[in-house]
Write a new protein. Sequence first.
Length: 440
Amino acid sequence: MATLPQRQLFCWNEIDELGDLHRLRLVLESLPDERLMAALERRRGRGRDDYPIRAMWNSLLAGIVFQHASVEQLRRELSRNGQLRWLCGFDPHQGLDAVPPAYVYTRFLRLLLRHADLVEAIFDDLIEQLRVLLPDFGRHLAMDGKAIETFARRRKGLSEMAPDGRRDVEADTGKKSYRGVREDGTLWEKTVEWFGYKLHLIVDAVYELPVAFEITKASASEMPAGRALVKTLQKRHKALVEDCQTLSADKGLDDTKLLEQLWDDCGIKPVIDIRNMWKDGEATKLVTGRRNVVYDYRGTVYCHCPRSGERREMAYGGFEKDRQTLKYRCQATQYGIECQGQKQCPVRGAVRIPLAEDRRVFTPLARSSYRWKTIYKKRTSVERVNSRLDVSFGFEEHFIRGRAKMRLRMGLALLVMLAMAVGRIKEKQRKKLRSLVAAA
């Protein structure tokens, strides 16, 4: 917390209960922000201190906690709410004169941009705190990309203009297509287009809390951004990556390089949906070295009866880490099913398929297993976090211009999300762990 000078004469919480402000107190007391405050105060030195650094920082966080879409909304709330001014650290004796003008917030945000590394250090510190408070934190992760639309005007030659704080010259246009099959068997396709940025986010799939993020232009591909994000997470939170078991994602991140990176470099089992990239029209392919064992693009393995030609799905027998192989057993042997060609079948008991057969199709957690389907359902956790960013943190309608500002504002929102979780746990409110708006 940005420690404030000891109050004299009286305290607002001695006169009245904090009420809804208790949520802000949870955040302020949980933030390890002393390094940032010290750096900002050193920069200010002996200059004018009409609006203290710590009070400015706390009020900025208050705007996020109480969902103010703009600085002007925050200033109006500070003007009418003396308790809030006191809790943020503004002098209660000054009354409305203690509320900073809009230009002061503009300058303060510019100052924070110069110390973005210290803001990210707070994010990392909170993740380490959660690893202590929640021993299984980070065991299962989920990753996804999210469109962040900006409402700046699109003009020709915008990219050639110099940033001026009003126009967004760094944003561009992104597109995403969705495809599916209707009940009558016809295909459908929908394309969504937006102007702005893209958030790449990794969250804990159980507790629905962020562990890593990045902001790119809207046109940036998810795959290289996903690989870079995993590399960043491995660098900054090595212990978390070592303890992680799975990472789930939708087919937008179906990338052989990412699958190999997760398992080969991090020891994380990828649970990522797959696209059908087989261009030759084949429904199945023959397993190398086998005459009657085939697999489809989703990794389901089948054997063909040598006599009847009947195709049966083989029973998944687990992953052998030392051999880097997936084991599949004959259904006739495993379940006692009658097979006319069992005696002539070259499959004796089980088949081992190495991951190297096809790294996209075969992963350490077999796509055809029940475990894979169970873990994949956890992927929706990142969608719920994205929804909270839109609704509770104001990214559905915002006034942010520029990638650096967008990254800082996103970082502050995720800081509040993590700090609220830490505060809830410490006050034994784990049922409200994910909530920004629930009363304390």
